[in-house]
Design a protein around this ligand. Sequence first.
Ligand code: FAD
Length: 322
Amino acid sequence: MNAHHSDILVIGAGPAGLHAAFYAAWRGLSVRVLEARGEVGGQLSALYPDKRVYDVPGLPGARAAEVVAHLLEQLDGLDVDMRVNTVARELEKSDDGWRVSTDGDTFTAGAVILAAGLGALLPRATRIPGAEDHPDVRTDFPDPTELGGRRVLIVGGVPQAARAALELLDAGAKVTLTHSRALFRGSPRTLEKLEAARTSRGLEILAPARLLTLTPQGAEVEVGGKTRSVEADTVLILGGYLPDLSPIGAWPLDWRGEYVPDAPGGRTALEGVYVVGDLAQSGGDFKLISVAFAQAAIAANHAAHHVRPELRVRPGHSSEKR
Ligand SMILES: Cc1cc2nc3c(=O)[nH]c(=O)nc-3n(C[C@H](O)[C@H](O)[C@H](O)COP(=O)(O)OP(=O)(O)OC[C@H]3O[C@@H](n4cnc5c(N)ncnc54)[C@H](O)[C@@H]3O)c2cc1C
């Protein structure tokens, strides 16, 4: 795939974007996906990774994070370039389709599939005293392999905090986890593992505790009425995520509130730009994963035909292809 051009550019790596990426790539097209967060999965991984989901066809009762893992597995071996920590901000017509700019890059594509859901799921802003004094403060789920061997302080009680603690221990980091309440959120299994890691893997848990301030060396934390200094090379503030449509809100898509109107095939007011999932107006009251999958399959095949008119819109049956 060209470093900056792909046949299809998908914006958003929630279930709609991941399934659209699968379908377009499976039709033989090159696909690039831009995702604002540090991990893929949209609302499933940001807002409810440990909840069980009962209405995803074929995966009854799977945890949301498992649904995401299956969607990713389906991309194995396909021509899909996944760019996380990348917010799409500008859209312009280009000679060969559309040009989308992010903070540091510009990408072109024959067609764009907008799968931005409720908006970019950006870390909830939390004011932490002294944050400007510490050299490495992060606010999204990390790539654990980057932090092996480091002393990491994780602040937060959301499911991502418990999971980050375990994944960072696996990667060889020395981890301290702190939260204002005694209880952490997460699946029973994750919480059991957390407790086991405290006794057998050197995980330090300070909870309930009050983060007083970050310092250049780490943090000052109040636990049981006493102040403790915690040394940390990296501080991860994990406080959950809030959706933000403003990065794409000025795109001329004939917006209806938080929705983009979609004609048959997922077409928008802009030729070659398609919309799927929670962002598409036709879904209305049906903001559901199964609806997102269907819209993604339809739009990806229309987008494939748009980019390569020699490809029929109809994909045929996967069971009859290799
Ligand atoms: C608590 C909860 C429980 C739910 N339970 C169920 C359930 O049981 N069954 C069910 O069917 N549905 C459920 N849903 C709804 C379901 O999660 C959504 O319908 C689904 O996630 C929609 O998928 P999507 O891909 O359209 O959007 P999203 O999942 O919102 O993904 C959109 C992605 O696009 C990214 N993005 C947005 N803007 C940009 C940008 N400018 N640049 C780059 N990336 C961007 C976002 O960061 C996000 O990752 C639940 C939702 C919640 C909140």
